[in-house]
Design a protein around this ligand. Structure first.
Ligand SMILES: CSCC[C@H](N)C(=O)N[C@@H](C)C(=O)N[C@@H](C)C(=O)O
Length: 372
């Protein structure tokens, strides 16, 4: 066990803009402290890039403000280089024993969506057993709420990721033809992005022919046939920030039935993109696209939501779905991605990545769409 003060000299106390927003969010939720366990949230607040193997304790109670990164000895050097907060190097339960003294008598939030039952029991055992127990408070979305609106720096990372993804698509598209395996297409996209310093944002979907009926048809060994549609959904990852884009392309001369599906999805997608602006209700956007597909008799085949926010996570707020209460604000980055999936026939999805701007929107993805 050891403490590791950041050599950068950056402050261990909560003092920046992001810290102030967090302090306000904690105050609204009635929290003195927050035990951050969602990897993206650890990264967002501390800068430490291996959030899967770290936790962050933030204390914002009266004069007592500050944060400590908890990670293990595999990351001693990395934590020193990356974390804005001092790191305590240990593994659980030593981490919890160390944190216990800081949380005595405090209302400590935990992230209910990112803590297992056994981890919660361990927190209780260490922080509620002594003379001045902490009160553990279940929370949802405290840090995620801060992540909804991106800073200029965050938008720059997402834009860089999308630029690489667009270049990858342009390079690989000519080779998407009958006789080529789906996983070869995925491999080429991934290799292109890696060559340019980006990772793949998620397992790439390459779904050809009848496999197009699977919204997340991860590239398989299937050989693309003639006169088929192929749905390709992929993204790049740059400094933790994702891009996300889907194109459906024609190989040969797909049937009129497939072309009709394509045209309906394109109409829904373009209408949704045009409606993206600050103040737009996410549920209305979903309905707009869904109604167009319903008017084409395809509503029952639109098997998911219209879209989602994109950032440090591939799926984050706001949610562009029927049940969403979210309203768009400038600085949000979202997808619009209607699709239809007909078992035994195939499917179509078209997706753009969009920045909400003060006056409307900017489409970040630039790969051309086919007109069938
Ligand atoms: C495993 S990440 C997949 C990324 C892909 N572009 C995507 O977002 N696909 C959608 C069909 C999706 O999964 N939507 C979610 C938000 C949903 O509707 O629940």
């Amino acid at each position: 066990m050891s403490t590791n003060q950041s050599p950068s000299g950056r402050p261990e106390t909560l003092s920046g803009n992001r810290d102030e927003q967090l302090r306000q969010a904690m105050s609204r939720t009635g929290l003195d402290a927050l035990w951050v366990s969602r990897p993206e949230n650890v990264r967002y607040l501390s800068g430490f890039t291996s959030g899967d193997d770290a936790k962050l304790l933030v204390v914002a109670a009266g004069d007592q403000t500050g944060a400590t990164l908890y990670t293990d000895a595999r990351y001693t050097v990395q934590a020193g280089e990356e974390s804005r907060f001092p790191a305590f190097i240990a593994r659980s339960p030593a981490t919890l024993e160390h944190a216990a003294s800081s949380v005595q008598g405090l209302r400590v939030g935990f992230e209910a969506d990112h803590l297992t039952v056994s981890e919660l029991e361990t927190l209780r055992a260490h922080w509620q057993a002594g003379g001045t127990p902490a009160t553990l408070v279940s929370t949802q979305g405290v840090v995620e709420g801060l992540r909804l609106v991106k800073t200029e720096e965050e938008v720059a990372q997402i834009r860089a990721a999308q630029t690489i993804a667009d270049a990858a698509f342009a390079a690989v598209r000519p080779g998407i033809m009958a006789g080529v395996r789906e996983d070869s297409v995925a491999g080429q996209l991934e290799a292109f992005m890696r060559e340019r310093g980006a990772g793949s944002a998620f397992d790439i979907t390459v779904a050809s022919g009848p496999r197009g009926a699977m919204p997340h048809g991860t590239a398989s060994a299937r050989v693309i046939g003639n006169d088929e549609l192929v749905t390709i959904d992929f993204g790049a990852k740059v400094n933790g920030y994702h891009s996300d884009m889907t194109r459906t392309v024609a190989v040969g001369n797909p049937s009129e039935e497939l072309r009709r599906l394509y045209r309906a999805v394109l109409e829904a997608e373009e209408a949704a993109v045009q409606a993206i602006r600050p103040g737009a209700k996410c549920s209305d956007l979903d309905k707009l696209a869904r109604d167009i597909l319903v008017s084409h008799g395809l509503g029952e085949y639109f098997a998911h939501s219209l879209g989602h926010g994109v950032g440090l996570a591939i799926h984050e707020g706001p949610g562009l779905r029927g049940t969403s209460k979210d309203v768009l604000e400038a600085g949000m980055v979202v997808t619009a991605e209607p699709g239809v999936y007909l078992p035994g026939v195939g499917g179509v999805r078209i997706e753009d990545l969009i920045l909400v701007t003060p006056t409307g929107h900017e489409v970040l993805s630039s790969s051309p769409k086919e007109h069938l």
